[in-house]
Design a protein around this ligand. Structure first.
Ligand SMILES: [Zn+2]
Length: 321
């Protein structure tokens, strides 16, 4: 059935096309048609290759004398998927792009569905540039989001606007069930982590996360708090390391007391740890002495590194060692 609102895509409509694909926009229900090439689709996807290698039935639908195939996918997702095939420049390229998941969610879903492995790898490559596998790289990602360099690492705060189109939860919906889930565990873990950090003030749009995802987030937060305690417990100083007159002026026990008090109720643990390092560097109370402060700072830095490496385990994305 056709309606007045149906349209042919202005860009993905080739006069020498050999197949017309149609799909409905999920928001408006409007039908959109794309006149493209069987050869291009077959090159990227074995599913389309099989579809086109079957003999044409006599009652096949035609549009302008060209075979017409209606797909159950969202027209906008399909458009972006086809654009990725025809125009590699259409795909975002760069590092720490906050909008990557929004742009690539639809194409990735269809690349998975139609087994377009090369496209899927290309998208994964971009996601790895966005979510680096080292803590130093990750700090650079957060820094790149912040216009004010003094707000370094404070990007997940209700008082600081998130970058436009920043939707880390879309990566969870992309990768959760994808065949490449294992190799993308690091990216997926950071997507869960950032979703957990922003949940209370930038909740995910409905339809992307499942009950299991929310449970993973809750359990992940708990595992991380336990991990911090496990790491710090044998390393923290209960009294001043100097047995000199300065001892009476050292606040190291009070520092750790207030550390645990402040940890409770926090979500962004990586930021919290860096904030505590800042507390030690600045002249705020409680203030450990010049001997204890550097030790505590390096312990907290090591704890951040440990926690960052632990993320994939916290969200149960890789087997626990
Ligand atoms: Zn001390």
């Amino acid at each position: 059935m056709t309606s007045d609102a149906d349209s042919n895509d202005s860009e993905l409509w080739f006069d020498d096309g050999t197949v017309v694909l149609s799909a409905n926009k999920s928001r408006s229900g409007t039908l959109v048609r794309f006149c493209i090439h069987k050869s291009i689709l077959s090159k990227h996807s074995p599913i389309f290759k099989d579809m086109f290698s079957m003999p044409c039935p006599n009652d096949i639908d035609l549009y302008a004398d060209i075979p017409l195939v209606h797909l159950p996918d969202d027209a906008e997702d399909l458009r972006a998927f086809l654009k990725f095939m025809y125009d590699p420049c259409f795909m975002p390229v760069g590092q720490y792009l906050p909008e990557s998941p929004t742009v690539m969610h639809g194409p990735f879903k269809l690349a998975t569905k139609y087994q377009a492995d090369q496209l899927q790898s290309r998208i994964l490559q971009q996601l790895r540039l966005d979510w680096p596998s080292s803590l130093g790289g990750y700090d650079c990602r957060l820094k790149s989001f912040s216009r004010d360099p003094t707000q370094d690492r404070k990007v997940f705060s209700p008082s600081i606007p998130l970058p436009e189109d920043y939707k880390p939860y879309m990566v969870i919906s992309m990768l959760r069930d994808a065949p490449c889930r294992q190799e993308a565990a690091g990216v997926l873990a950071l997507a869960y982590y950032e979703t957990a950090c922003t949940l209370s003030f930038a909740p995910p749009e409905p339809g992307f996360l499942t009950d299991d995802d929310y449970l993973k987030i809750i359990i992940g937060q708990e595992s991380m708090a336990k991990r911090i305690r496990h790491f710090l417990k044998p390393r923290i100083q209960k009294s001043c390391s100097q047995h000199v007159a300065i001892k009476g002026l050292c606040d190291i026990p009070q520092f750790w007391d207030s550390f645990w008090i402040n940890l409770a109720g926090r979500h962004n643990f990586l930021y919290f740890l860096s904030e505590q390092i800042d507390v030690l560097q600045e002249f705020t109370l409680p203030r450990p002495c010049i001997y204890c402060s550097p030790v505590a700072q390096s312990t907290l830095s090591a704890c951040r590194e440990d926690l960052f490496k632990f993320l994939s385990q916290a969200y149960a994305l890789i087997p626990t060692s």
